[in-house]
Design a binder for this molecule. Structure first.
Ligand code: 4AZ
Length: 226
């Protein structure tokens, strides 16, 4: 997270750290006691047996509850070149005990209006190209940029923005590497999954997110079939 502030897990109890070989690799969100929503690009060429989830902790490397990943499913339409459909579900090997620090978040059923406030959180890098991540969870408030606005000449992406994507922008504030898969929340709902961007917090290049309202029916059925 660039331009953000340290926070505590009780303010973002749906946030988890997805870990590969014991190190933080991506964020994710609690969908139910045994299902996590994350980004498909976090799970490319990865074996479930190398993965664990830490939930209920402000710190990616201590505290809370650690549970192994039983299996995962990437969206069948995920394309690593275009980044369309960058969403996945994970089944945990045992259920999380839901608590004040571990809570499911509802999937958005419609997109917030252009300009609406949203919060993105994670343990990702704090500047573009940085090689280190913070141990304490960070968050930042950004503004929703609709798909049509994000593809317009106001910003730098043009036709790279597709219907399964939604954007968010605020000067000097953004998600960054290691925040991928994590939550963009507005109005108490999961609106986006951190997906990609041109660097982090560069002027006129919003953060790009998988659009949860558009991908919601896939998440619900994948969670029921995994
Ligand atoms: C990344 O490399 C990444 N500014 C994630 C989010 C953003 C950029 C890059 C958005 O995983």
């Amino acid at each position: 997270i660039v331009g953000g502030s340290a926070t505590t897990i009780s303010s973002f109890p749906w946030q988890i750290s997805l870990q590969r070989s014991g190190s933080h690799s991506c964020g994710g969100s609690v969908y139910s006691a045994n299902i996590i929503v994350t980004a498909a690009h976090c799970l490319q060429s990865v074996s479930a047996s190398t993965l664990q989830v830490r939930a209920g902790s402000t710190y990616w490397n201590s505290g809370g509850t650690v549970v192994k990943v039983a299996s995962f499913k990437n969206h069948e339409g995920y394309n690593a070149n275009t980044m369309v459909n960058d969403i996945a579900v994970i089944r945990l090997s045992s259920s999380l005990g839901l608590s004040s620090n571990i809570k499911a978040i509802a999937l958005a059923t419609y997109n917030p209006a252009n300009g609406a406030s949203a919060a993105v959180s994670g343990w990702g890098t704090q500047s573009s190209g940085s090689s280190s991540i913070p141990t304490t969870l960070q968050y930042v408030n950004v503004n929703i940029v609709s798909q049509s606005q994000c593809a317009s000449s106001t910003y730098g992406y043009g036709s790279q923005i597709k219907s399964t994507m939604i954007c968010a922008y605020a000067s000097g504030k953004d998600a960054c590497q290691g925040d991928s898969g994590g939550p963009l929340v507005s109005g108490g709902n999961l609106v986006g999954v951190v997906s990609w961007g041109y660097g982090c917090a560069y002027a006129n290049y919003p953060g790009v997110y998988a659009d949860v309202a558009v991908l919601r029916t896939w998440v619900v059925s994948a969670a029921n079939s995994i």
